[in-house]
Design a protein around this ligand. Structure first.
Ligand code: GLU
Length: 305
């Protein structure tokens, strides 16, 4: 039994990411689970800089006192496992030659989460058509889901039901898609508890369906509120001093950042010095603040923690 934190090495972790990592760790630790760390570096595998970012992410989590179990997993080294999963899906995998624009034109308006359900254009191509299209453009691989409806249970959102479309398993550059990699790795790492930002809630039915389809059991889910800036927009690097490195430059040590995040979770008094172990003693999932965390990044001279 394990929980996990699975950052993408696109930039340094900001306060909201660190808070989600802390929550994933607290959920795992307080339910007698291991907590594993997985770097989701599929997109960045050709960019050496991603490695540097990922190593800083790992170091920043350690600086907060978060210890993960086992070795860090790197998705860029798991290609064979993703290929094996595609092979297991056998005849339910088909080649798709559609461009983004073709899908947008055929699928109509995106869903609330920005996802456009795939209209199935390439699901019925003949072998001759496939051969002709392959000459022009390498295919992505999609799974034939037959419009199945899947329900998941989320600790906070309750039952969430989604129609599973023929989503992409492997992109047309040969790289495994997020939805495939996340499911294959969660199963391989024994992850049965997924705690992550609530922007990913709508991806859960398709991931749960794929886990079942691969012979596994979907995890239990807890999607937690994201951090936003003072305008209510999802927190980002451009919002100011939001990473441990930025905060460090303002003289705010990791211990003070942990206090700040703990305070936002109702787990510490303002400025109280805490450790993650103390937070685990206090943690109660039912008491988690349910609205987004509004972050006002500290300014030079501000006293934090
Ligand atoms: N790598 C994803 C992210 O950083 C998270 C994936 C997940 O938790 O399922 O947004």
């Amino acid at each position: 039994m394990a929980g996990r934190f699975a950052p993408s090495p696109t930039s340094d972790l900001h306060a909201g990411n660190l808070r989600t990592a802390l929550l994933a760790w607290l959920f795992a630790r307080t339910t007698s689970r291991e907590c594993v760390l997985r770097v989701e570096d599929l997109d960045q595998q050709r960019v050496a800089a991603a490695h540097g970012v990922a190593n800083r992410q790992v170091a920043d989590l350690a600086a907060l006192g978060l210890r993960f179990d086992g070795d860090v997993w790197w998705q860029s080294s798991r290609r064979d496992a993703y290929g094996a999963a595609v092979a297991r899906l056998g005849g339910d995998v088909y080649e798709c030659f559609c461009t983004r624009r073709e899908i947008a034109e055929a699928a109509g308006a995106p869903h609330a989460d920005g996802h456009r359900p795939y209209p199935g254009t390439c699901a019925t191509l003949t072998p001759a058509e496939r051969a002709r299209r392959r000459a022009a453009r390498p295919p992505a691989l999609r799974v034939r889901a037959r419009g199945v409806v899947q329900t998941i249970r989320d600790l906070y959102a309750g039952e969430v039901t989604g129609t599973v479309d023929d989503f992409v398993l492997v992109r047309n550059d040969g790289v495994a898609a997020y939805n495939l990699a996340v499911v294959v790795d969660d199963l391989a790492q024994g992850v049965d508890q997924v705690v992550r930002g609530d922007d990913l809630l709508s991806s859960s039915p398709r991931q749960a369906w794929l886990a079942l389809r691969l012979g596994g059991t979907p995890p239990e889910y807890a999607h937690v509120p994201l951090a936003v800036n003072t305008e209510g927009v999802r927190l980002a690097k451009r919002d100011g001093a939001v990473s441990l490195a930025d905060l460090g430059r303002l003289g705010i040590a990791p211990a003070a950042v942990l206090s700040w995040i703990a305070e936002s979770l109702g787990l510490a008094a303002p400025g109280e010095s805490v450790t993650v172990e103390v937070l685990a003693e206090r943690f109660d999932p039912a008491a988690l603040p349910r609205s987004p965390w509004v972050v006002r990044p500290p300014q030079p001279g501000d006293a934090v923690g």
